[in-house]
Design a protein around this ligand. Structure first.
Ligand SMILES: [Fe+2]
Ligand SMILES: [Fe+2]
Length: 302
């Protein structure tokens, strides 16, 4: 009988994530190992398995997001906030196919054809996603092309820059960790999240194309599964690098997303209007919060 797989990765100076194939995951603090020999001090070497690889990848996300837990913004959703989110979605999608192809070419040149093929596939799957965000903006009456040309939300910029850097590296395996981070977080969105956004939009307006496709209802869930299986098949050194980058990208993402969520509706609205050089037609009337909208519809005479 073969031994169950245990995988581990050192993600900070002190902390290793350890995961078993059974799904068990824990954070091992190396500074607390005292003088005892630390079994996780050296990098892992063996083969991976999907059950333990997912533990490492999601462990990295959890650890990174726990750093902002105390200041976590939980704003009431607004239309202005959704428009900013769509602009962010555009910027994190527009260069993805080109960047992934660049990384694929690098792996092809190194003779790592399986990595090149995986990245090529991802590039094809991600093609056109920026258009979904633009269509959603247009559906809301916002001149999307003009807005995205002059506006990139401050919290989103470092994320885009990170992906550009990763895909241009000599050994761009970290690009897989970055992609996992974005897709896994997107795949956490449920039907109710889409319905909440739908309730913010004017009646009869469908502005949730991007959100639907980047949620548990769309292709994101299968992209996440494909990535887990692919990462599990990689050599230990590659798996280590992917998990370490998942952690770094998630730190940037957590900080950036929270930065955007902490903005007031007035601030977001003024950023959008400043970028457009005009007032937004949809936002002239103060947008109702979801709760207000639902309450109103409940008391409306039938
Ligand atoms: Fe996408
Ligand atoms: Fe995707």
């Amino acid at each position: 009988m073969s031994r169950p797989v245990a995988e581990w990765v050192n993600v900070t100076d002190d902390i290793s994530i350890v995961a078993r194939e059974s799904g068990e995951v824990w954070f091992h603090n190396r500074s607390e190992a005292n003088s005892r020999p630390d079994p996780f001090a050296a990098p892992m070497e063996g083969a991976g398995a999907p059950g333990s690889t997912i533990g490492l990848l999601d462990g990295a996300l959890n650890l990174a997001f726990s750093t902002i837990e105390k200041q976590l913004a939980r704003p009431e959703p607004t239309l202005a906030g959704y428009i900013v989110a769509l602009v962010g979605a555009y910027h994190t999608s527009v260069d993805t196919p080109r960047n992934l192809r660049r990384a694929a070419k690098r792996f092809q040149d190194m003779g790592r054809l399986e990595v090149a093929a995986y990245l090529e596939l991802r590039a094809r799957e991600e093609t056109g996603h920026d258009r979904l965000a633009l269509k959603d903006l247009r559906a809301l009456g916002v001149p999307g092309e003009r807005l995205v040309a002059s506006y990139i939300p401050e919290g989103i910029k470092p994320l885009c820059e990170r992906f550009d850097e990763l895909c241009a590296e000599d050994y761009p395996i970290g690009s897989i960790g970055y992609s996992y981070c974005l897709e896994r977080i997107a795949a956490l969105k449920e039907k109710s999240d889409i319905e909440n956004v739908g309730a913010l939009c004017p009646d009869g307006v469908d502005a949730t194309r991007f959100l639907r496709s980047h949620s548990s209802l769309g292709s994101e869930a299968s992209h996440v599964d494909e990535t887990i299986n692919f990462v599990a098949s990689l050599p230990a050194d590659d798996r280590t690098k992917v998990v370490q980058e998942t952690y770094r990208s998630a730190l940037i993402m957590a900080k950036g997303y929270n930065h955007e969520l902490l903005k007031s509706e007035t601030q977001m609205r003024s950023e959008i209007e400043q970028a457009l050089g005009e007032e937004l037609p949809q936002l002239r009337i103060p947008s109702l919060s979801t709760t207000q909208k639902l309450n109103e519809s409940a008391v409306r005479p039938g």
